[in-house]
Every structure is written in structure tokens, then in C-alpha cells.
Design a protein around this ligand. Structure first.
Ligand code: PA5
Length: 425
């Protein structure tokens, strides 16, 4: 992974923040920083449950062998990691089984109705994922699909097809899974949802999609090694963390995450949750937004180029695409496109990226941080995720904010429960 600040228009030196970064790095690893009870993700690249990891591989294999459809039922941190990984590494139209359908991440009756219709006659497995076990969106969808699976296969077979990922000791879902005899996997106590993709939360769907979770761990282990040092001349996660704060000081209130692959749109969604939920507290933080280019150049491009100068871009690109196509020649050339004949379409995409960075930075005066990944492999994904974990923790702690809680999310829930007439416990 490489990071390039040449187009970031930084008015301060990243290196000038070395003392502050050293201080926070030490607090983080001594587990004395804000939110220190939620640092399970920090040493996880090595310090994970090996026995559970083996069970995850087995269940992933079983799902691949037996399911036409895997329903992944969870919301927020309980699903965005898996979806971002699977879409990035497999693309949007993979041609193998199982089809993975994400449910329990909203309350649209139309969506649920259509998924129920879509899975009829197919072999279905369900992975329900909820740390609290009480999240309304997940619980509503889960009951519908649980009943469908029980009616279709009978209770005994259903208990093999439903897999629960939840708290190891308590909660509604834990109790339900115990009673029903589901296989259970653990969301560690000291790991918030948005930092949980390397636990069973992300790994079961990722393994079921046929991806190599050992390679994924090798990637995050490499990142762990690379980011052992707080030295700002070497640690690119901390460089990025500091650059975000410098740009905020330059009155940029919005960070726009940019990718050039539709299969990375969910990476942007995962990234927005990571930074939005970690940073947006106490009236502080950059607003994380996202676009997918080149399509959004035809919608948001105008604003980025000439609108309010309140944003900077963080552009994440792949050096090597998953697939490439050579643009064909056409004898008649009625569309006047022969000037591209023989060129790779990925090259065209890269030229669009280069031209856009130039337009936004040089003409539009919009700072661009450029991050590039070698490819969309499991190794690269694992590296990239751990990079963002560490960058996010450092960046948020620089604001003196706890990166690992999300007190604001409760406000809508309280109102919704009142309107729904949810009985008090
Ligand atoms: O990051 C988080 O902690 C949240 O996004 C949660 O993952 C999300 O609210 C789902 O919660 P739960 O897993 O308890 O159902």
C-alpha cells in the first residue's frame, strides 16, 4: 500500500506532529487511551482465537457445499465489513455459489418481501450477527427468515442451517441460540462492531464466499508489523491520521472517500461508519462522505470542482484490477471510438483518475490524498483494513475523543422504541 501527499496541499508538515503521535501511540499500546476497554482489535492480527478460526473455516466450507443462498443478517458493524470484503474481492457479479444476501440492515417491508420470494426453492443458510442481540432491524428480519427456514426444513434441520454470531455469555440472541441449538460464534467483548471484521462477524460470510481468510490475516499481520513504529517517516497509517487533522485545520470539514471500482462502494460505506461513528462526537470531527468515480463525476463532480471549498478527497485506487478487457476495434467506427482500440479499459479508468486529480487539485484547489493498493486480494484487503483501523484510532485520539463508543446512536432508538410501544424491561 502506498500513500502520496503530493496533491494534498498541506500547509503544515506531518513530521511536526511526531511528539503528539508518540504520546498517543504509547497510550494506545499501554491501553491507557480513551476507550481502552475496546482495544480487542489492536493485537488481534496475532492474538485471535485459533480454535474458533478453525471452526469458522469448517462452517464456511459447509455453507459453500450446501447453500444456494447465504442470508447475512446484521446491521452497521455487524455486516459492513463482510460485505465490503466480499464485494471488493469477488466483484459484484461472481458466478459461483452461494449467493450472499444481506438482510437485517433496514426496515423496508418491500426489501424483506422480495428477499423472502427470491429465496423460495433454494437451499438457504442464515448467519445472524448481533452483539447486543436486541437490534430491531436485525431482530425483525431474523424472525421472518428463521420462521421461513423452520417451516421449510423443520426445526432440527433449521438448527443446522442457522448460525449465530453474538456475545459469548449474554443477550437475547445468545439465549435464543442456546435454546434452539444453533452453532455459536463470538463477538469479543472488547471489540466494537466497526472494528470486528477480522472476528467471526466478518470471517464466516467471507469464508462462505470462498475467500482465503488465512491470507487475509497475513495481510493484517504485515500491516501490524509495518505500523509497530510511531515514526512518522515510516508509519503511513499515522501519516494519514495526521494529514486529516492538518486538512481539518485548513477549514476542510468534509472528507470525501473516492474509489474507481463499483465493487469498492461498500468499502466506502464501511469506511464512513468507521470514521463517522468513531470521530463524530462532542461537536467535533470531519464528516465522512463518499463517491464512486467515474459515475459520480457526472453528478457530484460539479460540486467538487466548483462548489464550496469545504472538502478534501481521499482517493483509494487499485494498481491491478481484478479483470481487464481490451477495447475492440470496429471497422465502421460509427461511434468514433477507434482511438481507444487496443487499449485496456483499466488504462482508460486510470487516465480518468489522473485527469480528475489534476482537475480537482490544480483547477479546483481541492486537496487530494492518494492511497493505492496493489490489488483486491485477501492479503491487500487485510492490510488496508488494519491500516484504516490504526489511522482512525490515531486521528480520533488526536481530537481527544473516545474512538470506540457511539453514544449518539441511542437517541433515535429511544424515540423509535417509544413510538413502537416497546415494553420496558
Ligand atoms: O459499530 C457498531 O458498534 C454498530 O454499528 C453495531 O455494530 C450495530 O449497531 C449493530 O449492533 P449489534 O451487533 O449489537 O446488533
Amino acid at each position: 500500500m502506498k500513500i502520496n501527499f503530493e496533491h494534498a496541499l498541506l500547509k503544515e508538515n506531518i513530521a511536526d506532529y511526531q511528539d503528539r503521535v508518540n504520546e498517543i501511540h504509547e497510550l494506545l499500546f499501554k491501553r491507557e487511551c480513551k476507550g481502552n476497554d475496546f482495544l480487542g482489535w489492536l493485537d488481534w492480527p496475532y492474538d485471535y482465537d485459533k480454535e474458533e478460526f478453525a471452526r469458522i473455516k469448517e462452517v464456511g466450507k459447509e455453507i459453500r457445499e450446501n447453500a444456494d443462498v447465504l442470508l447475512v443478517c446484521g446491521i452497521g458493524g455487524s455486516y459492513l465489513g463482510a460485505r465490503s470484503a466480499i464485494e471488493m474481492m469477488k466483484g459484484l457479479y461472481p458466478d459461483d455459489k452461494p449467493e450472499i444476501i444481506y438482510t437485517g440492515n433496514g426496515l423496508s417491508s418491500t426489501y424483506l418481501y422480495q428477499v423472502l420470494n427470491h429465496i423460495k426453492g433454494k437451499s438457504v443458510y442464515l448467519n445472524v450477527i448481533s452483539k447486543s442481540g436486541t437490534t430491531t432491524e436485525t431482530a425483525v428480519a431474523f424472525r421472518l427468515f428463521q420462521q421461513y427456514i423452520e417451516e421449510t426444513y423443520g426445526e432440527e434441520e433449521a438448527s443446522k442451517r442457522i448460525i449465530a454470531t453474538t456475545d459469548k455469555a449474554r443477550g437475547t440472541l445468545k439465549n435464543l441460540a442456546d435454546v434452539k441449538g444453533y452453532r455459536e460464534f463470538v463477538i469479543p467483548d472488547d471489540m466494537g462492531g466497526r472494528y470486528s471484521v477480522f472476528s467471526a462477524v466478518g470471517l464466516i460470510p467471507i469464508a462462505a464466499a470462498g475467500l482465503d481468510i488465512e491470507e487475509l490475516f497475513k495481510g493484517c499481520q504485515k500491516a501490524y508489523e509495518d505500523f509497530r513504529t510511531p515514526d512518522l517517516s515510516k508509519n503511513i497509517a499515522y501519516q494519514y491520521a495526521v494529514a486529516r487533522r492538518i486538512l481539518e485545520n485548513q477549514c476542510k470539514g468534509i472528507e470525501l472517500f473516492v474509489s474507481y471500482e463499483p465493487s469498492m462502494t461498500m468499502i466506502a460505506e464501511w469506511w464512513k461508519q468507521l470514521f463517522g461513528e468513531s470521530e463524530g462526537k462532542e461537536g467535533k470531527g470531519l464528516y465522512p462522505a463518499s463517491v464512486t468515480f467515474t459515475t459520480d463525476l457526472h453528478s457530484m463532480g460539479q460540486f467538487i470542482q466548483e462548489g464550496t471549498k469545504s472538502l478534501f478527497e481521499t482517493v483509494l485506487t487499485l494498481e491491478n484490477p481484478m479483470h481487464d478487457i481490451i477495447f475492440p476495434e470496429d471497422k465502421e467506427n460509427l461511434d468514433n471510438m477507434n482511438y481507444l482500440a487496443g487499449k485496456n479499459i483499466d488504462w482508460v479508468n486510470k487516465m480518468a483518475c489522473q485527469g480528475t486529480v489534476e482537475a480537482h487539485v490544480e483547477t479546483g484547489n481541492v486537496p487530494n490524498i492518494l492511497i493505492s493498493m496493489k490489488d483486491n486480494s485477501e492479503f491487500s484487503y487485510g492490510y488496508m483494513i488494519y491500516f484504516f483501523f490504526r489511522a482512525c484510532a490515531m486521528s480520533v485520539l488526536m481530537l481527544d475523543v473516545n474512538p470506540f463508543n457511539q453514544p449518539g446512536v441511542e437517541v433515535y432508538k429511544k424515540n423509535m422504541f417509544r413510538l413502537l410501544g416497546k415494553p420496558a424491561k
